[in-house]
Ligand binder design. Structure first.
Ligand code: CA
Length: 519
């Protein structure tokens, strides 16, 4: 029997969607796949993340935003991971599943899948899930009929037999570049012609042998503001009072928020002697709460806090936009280019990151990371900074060889194991007089290769919080990587890459070859 009787068990895990994994969905794009902006059919699985604010229980009301009269009902089978899955063979892949879940991967309808706005897929409550059934040989995940009914009438039928990558192959191809963890959910993909529904309608998705998921759509205007807010903040509570709160704010031990760490100064999380400790800076290394001092090389550095949703910004420094302009298909933007990463991609200070031998262009990105400390929903920019707990340094590696023009930048470029480095210190907001006046730079083997200043952010921190919180609830523990200035160059195995931000920290990472990862 699977331990996953309720999706609440999925707390603090990642829910991934797969794009264009049905033959008919890819066929629906037709010859467009060979034209700009796509230029070629997808080579690797095209994944995206449904962040924790989207998760909802069966029965939860789905709020139809005022600017989208109809929503697309993305009926799909979700694979619930039961064992850590890294580079699994297709022949063994089904053995890594704990179970299957009925999902509605809801979208605001949008035609282009080059770089769709997060507003289309990441609204609060846009990913109802449940029920979950245990994996067993009685269920063949590649032959499940799926129906969508609206107000009791079947309006759409599909079958997982139409998957381009059947379930086992999908698991093999995804875990080639990204580890899936117990509790993660991977949606296999939505078929062509996803039906649309509007406020007032009831939607039921049924998957043969897995179960039924029913919920009702409600108009945003019909929701009292306070109701909408509480729905968004407790997506699991409806219909299952026994569920533990998932997506809960990390404990104060791991996430100092405004108010309780205001005078505390920087802190970090390290592992030492079999335990995880909170340490503070000391001239000779790090100082433990019990007053021990150790050199920084004698502890294992972890990301400085338990990250929730990780949001990254593309092209948020004007000079970097210019640097990449030759390869940009779309050069104008009317909203920030935000995308999501999984917390499972994170590693800490002094970690090693794999640099595949067979790629031509892997580069670092030095970024100011902003930690949200207080729930933010529809926050105006003038109030935004009160929602910031503090800051750390990020090195957001990318491997441009893997760039494809679907859901760009795709996760194979941006969500690789160990390719998002965070730390060393969490610096409380109260210790940073002006986060928009910070010099940042990258040094490769001691040579400065990238320099910038947060004064040059195209969308500054208040604008980003206003923008993001306008369509999704930001929660304590969520992180915004604010983008990188120009000066990205290829790095190689053996290089020591230091990303540093004055007043925040100096983050060291070493690139290693495939052999260090037994590849
Ligand atoms: Ca970045």
């Amino acid at each position: 029997m699977s331990p996953y009787t309720c999706p609440s068990a999925l707390s603090r895990r990642t829910v991934y969607g797969t794009l264009l994994n049905h033959h008919d969905a890819l066929a629906a794009l037709g010859e467009q796949v060979h034209a700009a902006p796509y230029k070629a059919p997808p080579k690797a699985p095209v994944l995206y993340i449904k962040p924790r604010n989207t998760w909802a229980e069966p029965g939860a009301a789905v709020v139809v935003p005022a600017d989208a009269p109809e929503l697309e009902m993305g009926a799909t089978l979700g694979l619930v991971i039961g064992r850590t899955a890294c580079r699994v063979n297709a022949a063994d892949a089904l053995g890594f599943l704990a179970g299957y879940v009925v999902m509605n991967d809801i979208s605001v309808p949008h035609a282009a899948v080059y770089r769709p706005s997060m507003r289309f897929k990441c609204r609060d409550g846009f990913c109802p899930m449940g029920p979950v059934v245990a994996a067993s040989e009685a269920i063949n995940p590649d032959a499940l009929a799926i129906t969508v009914s609206i107000d009791g009438t079947v309006v759409h039928r599909s079958c997982t037999a139409g998957l381009i990558r059947p379930v086992a192959q999908l698991l093999a191809d995804v875990t080639e570049f990204m580890t899936l963890h117990p509790g993660d959910v991977l949606a296999v993909g939505v078929a062509a012609g996803a039906p649309r529904a509007r406020a007032g309608q009831q939607v039921t998705i049924a998957i043969e042998g897995v179960g039924e998921l029913t919920h009702t759509l409600v108009a945003a205007a019909d929701m009292a503001v306070s109701d909408a807010a509480s729905l968004a903040l407790q997506p699991w509570s409806a219909g299952n009072s026994a569920s533990p709160a998932p997506a809960a704010a990390p404990t104060q031990a791991t996430l100092p928020l405004n108010g309780n760490a205001g005078s505390g100064g920087p802190i970090a999380r390290v592992a030492f002697n079999g335990a995880i400790h909170t340490v503070t800076p000391h001239p000779n290394g790090v100082q433990f709460a019990d007053s021990r001092v150790l050199p920084e090389a004698e502890v294992v550095w972890l990301p400085p806090f338990e990250a929730g949703t990780v949001i990254a910004l593309g092209l948020n420094y004007a000079d970097h936009v210019k640097e990449l302009s030759k390869e940009l298909t779309v050069t104008t933007q009317d909203e920030p280019l935000a995308f999501l990463k999984s917390a499972s991609a994170l590693v800490g200070h002094r970690a090693q990151t794999r640099r595949p031998a067979d790629v031509a262009f892997m580069h670092y990105e030095c970024e100011l990371a902003v930690l949200i400390g207080r729930t933010a929903k529809n926050v105006r920019r003038e109030d935004a900074m009160a929602h910031v707990a503090g800051y750390t340094v990020a090195n957001d590696y990318a491997i441009r060889d893997y760039l494809e023009n679907y859901y760009r930048p795709n996760l194979r470029v941006k969500n690789r194991d160990g390719c998002t480095v965070l730390g060393p210190w969490f610096v409380p907001a109260s210790d940073v007089p002006d986060p928009h006046k910070l010099s940042l730079r990258t040094l490769v083997n001691g040579v400065i290769t990238q320099q910038g200043n947060t004064a040059d952010l195209i969308s500054d921190i208040p604008e980003l919080i206003e923008y993001l919180s306008g369509f999704m609830t930001l929660q304590p523990g969520d992180v915004i990587l604010t983008g990188t200035p120009d000066g990205v160059v290829n790095v190689n195995a053996g290089d020591v890459v230091v990303t540093e931000i004055d007043g925040i920290g100096r983050l060291v990472n070493t690139l290693v070859g495939d052999e260090a990862f037994n590849r």
